[in-house]
Design a protein around this ligand. Sequence first.
Ligand code: APR
Length: 248
Amino acid sequence: MKDDLDTALAHLTAARNVVVLTGAGVSAESGIPTFREALTGLWARYRPEELASPEAFQENPQRVWDWYAWRRQLCLDVAPNAAHHAITALQDLVPELVLISQNVDGLHQRAGSANVLELHGSIHRIRCFACDRPGGDWPDPVGEVPVCRCGGLMRPTIVWFGELLPADVLAQAEQAALGADVMLSVGTSSLVYPAADLPYTAKRQGAFLIEVNPQPTPLSPIADVCLQGLAGTWLPRIVEALSARREA
Ligand code: APR
């Protein structure tokens, strides 16, 4: 049975290396609008490419900066949900856990997860658009786009349309997938590459693949277990059951 929690738990109990890949669905219950939902209100008039691309930043840096400042505030105004906290708790229930996220909201870190591999960057950190020099955390408060000492403008570290993912982070994620005994794909539509490739990489080398999503995705047919439903429901249930098995 594809929705068999017990089978999933048996593999998680026996696993040494567990990899968790998350997408926007893991933050949905925190009230974070997904990328496309954030194009509302005064931003509704723009297409994503007009706000989340290098061309958009070159054309109107302040507009792009303002949109990310607004989105970042949305992230700061919400809290991690039960799914984030369960993933943090899972780190203590398995020998090795690598958390890979496509999310930029920083909620995994606020829930206590360490060493998050942020494939698509972070809305909380900036770097220079011209020379790539890291600019540290998003400056608070700031209205104007900060200027780098090279004279270039600072931008969020978020990966924009047409940009490559950070090579070092992607390499670590691929390495983790190659060594995974179990991979959990949580709250992602599995449509955006190369992140969406990671579960296939894990599966090809023999990992047991568990998907958590209320909807079927292109990954569902190759998943060993599909836990249909909310991350905030299934992940605490998995953590609770694993904890009980450890105490038994
Ligand atoms: N629990 C689990 N899954 C959920 C929940 C929930 N509470 N709510 C929604 N989902 C699922 C949806 O069914 C969908 O499959 O989360 C997925 C969200 O899909 P997307 O919005 O496409 O987000 P994601 O997969 O992270 O997109 C990848 O695309 O938008 C770009 O760069 C952006 O990182 C993002 C990338």
